[in-house]
Write a protein that binds this ligand. Structure first.
Ligand SMILES: [Zn+2]
Length: 283
C-alpha cells in the first residue's frame, strides 16, 4: 500500500526526514558510526522492511547485528520438514546479511507462529543488548492496528519492554552481572511496519543492495528476476510521487533527549520547505 506523506514531512538531515510534530532530535546518521541491532521474528522480515537502511548503516561504518526469534519453520507450501525449512531459511538470512555487511546473525530458535512475549525472551534480548553494547534497535511495531502476524506483534512488544526499563536497570536480569554484562540504556528505537511512521530514510543509493538481499530469500520470493524487481521498486517510488526510494519507521526515543537538544531555541524548529515526493510503500 502506497501512502503519500508529503504534507507531514519537514526537516531533511543527511538523507533522512522527520514528520511534522516529531521532536527535533539528532539524526541517527549524525555523530559517527553506531551499533544497531535488528530484532525481528522471521528470516526476511528485516530485508523486506529495512535492508536499504541496514545497507546504509553498514556503508557508514556502523556495526550491525541481526537477531531472529524464529527460523521461519512454517513458511512454505513445499514438501519440507520444519527442520529442513529452518536450515534453508537460516542460510538464506546469513547470505542476505553478509551481502549487506552485517557482523553477525543470531537465531533464538523459537517455533515459527507461536512466539510469545515471555520474560525469557525479554531476558535474552536484554542480554544481547548488554553484550553487544547496542545504541539503536530496529524491530516490528508490536502495536500496529489491523492485520498483524502474532510473531511480529510479540517480538515488537518483547523488544520494547527490553529497552524500557529492563536493559537500563541492573536489578533486571541480575544474573547477567556474572557474565560481566553491565546494565546500560538503549535509547533509540526504530519501529518497522508502523501505522504512523515519522522517520524516513533515503535508501535510493542502496536499492540494488536491498533487492540483492531480498533475492537471497529464495524460499520466499516468487521471482528470481533481479532486473524486474529493481524496476518494480523504482516504479513503486515513482507511482507514489517519490523522488528516490525511502524506508519508513516510527522513531521512539526512550527517556529524555540530549540536553542540548532540549534547549534549542524555538526558531530552530521552523519548518523547512516540504521535500518533494517523500512517501513510502510498505512491504
Ligand atoms: Zn515475518
Amino acid at each position: 500500500m502506497a501512502v503519500n506523506l508529503i504534507p507531514w514531512l519537514r526537516g531533511r538531515r543527511n538523507g533522512s526526514r522527520r514528520a511534522q510534530g516529531q521532536p527535533r532530535l539528532p539524526d541517527l546518521f549524525e555523530g559517527g558510526p553506531k551499533t544497531l541491532m535488528a530484532i525481528m521474528a522471521h528470516p526476511d522480515d528485516i530485508d523486506f522492511t529495512s535492508a536499504g537502511t541496514i545497507a546504509k548503516c553498514c556503508a557508514a561504518g556502523w556495526t550491525v547485528y541481526y537477531v531472529l526469534a524464529t527460523s521461519g519453520d512454517k513458511g512454505t507450501h513445499e514438501d519440507l520438514t520444519r527442520q529442513e525449512l529452518a536450515a534453508m531459511r537460516e542460510q538464506e538470512q546469513r547470505e542476505a546479511a553478509a551481502a549487506l555487511g552485517v557482523k553477525e546473525v543470531i537465531f533464538l530458535g523459537y517455533p515459527d507462529g507461536f512466539l510469545e512475549a515471555t520474560t525469557e525472551l525479554r531476558g535474552q534480548i536484554v542480554r544481547l543488548l548488554r553484550k553487544h553494547q547496542v545504541d539503536v534497535v530496529l524491530t516490528w511495531d508490536g502495536f500496529r492496528r489491523g492485520f498483524n502476524h502474532m510473531d511480529h506483534r510479540n517480538i515488537g512488544i518483547a523488544t520494547r519492554d527490553a529497552l524500557y526499563p529492563a536493559v537500563r536497570d541492573h536489578l533486571y536480569y541480575e544474573e547477567h552481572l556474572a557474565e560481566d554484562l553491565a546494565a546500560r540504556p538503549v535509547n533509540e528505537l526504530l519501529l518497522a511496519g508502523a501505522d504512523d511512521p515519522d522517520y524516513f530514510v533515503d535508501v535510493s543509493d542502496f536499492i540494488e543492495a536491498k533487492v540483492d538481499a531480498i533475492l537471497c530469500h529464495r524460499s520466499q520470493v516468487s521471482t528470481r528476476d533481479r532486473d524486474e524487481m529493481l524496476k518494480n521498486h523504482r516504479e513503486r517510488g515513482r507511482r507514489a510521487g517519490q523522488r528516490g526510494n525511502w524506508e519508513s519507521f516510527k522513531r521512539v526515543r526512550i527517556g529524555r533527549p540530549p540536553r542540548q537538544q532540549r534547549q534549542e531555541p524555538a526558531s530552530s524548529t521552523q519548518a523547512e520547505p516540504a521535500p518533494a515526493g517523500a512517501s513510502q510503500s510498505r512491504t
